[in-house]
Design a protein around this ligand. Structure first.
Ligand SMILES: [Zn+2]
Length: 112
């Protein structure tokens, strides 16, 4: 019983420490860009899964990917473009956060 109490106390202390050390994910411009780029990586990953499951063609809309609600926190809806007989996709932020073309990011360092 004493061991269980100690474990619970340790968990409480650790969770309090995590609260203190958690990064600030407020709505700063840099955080919005990082969230946007993480979203675009998610969209690109979902495109690859869609491609594999739908006859080797990319989805042409966020709704097709099941991501209709995912938006850039600063600039709104993403733009998906599918070309070359549905074998090349680009997902782009409507603002200035960049794009991913067939899995290749337009940025080198994620926070540049
Ligand atoms: Zn964006």
């Amino acid at each position: 019983m004493k061991t269980i109490v100690m474990i619970v106390v340790c968990m409480l202390v650790m969770s309090a420490a995590c609260d203190i050390e958690r990064p600030n994910w407020g709505e700063t411009a840099l955080n919005q860009k990082l969230i946007c780029r993480a979203n675009m990586r998610t969209i690109a990953s979902e495109e690859l899964i869609y491609f594999a499951q739908h006859g080797r063609r990319y989805a042409e809309s966020m709704a097709d990917l099941g991501l209709a609600d995912m938006k850039c926190p600063a600039h709104g809806s993403y733009v998906i473009t599918v070309e070359n007989n549905s074998t090349f996709f680009t997902v782009a932020c409507p603002g200035d956060h960049g794009s991913i073309a067939n899995g290749i990011t337009s940025w080198i360092n994620v926070d540049e």
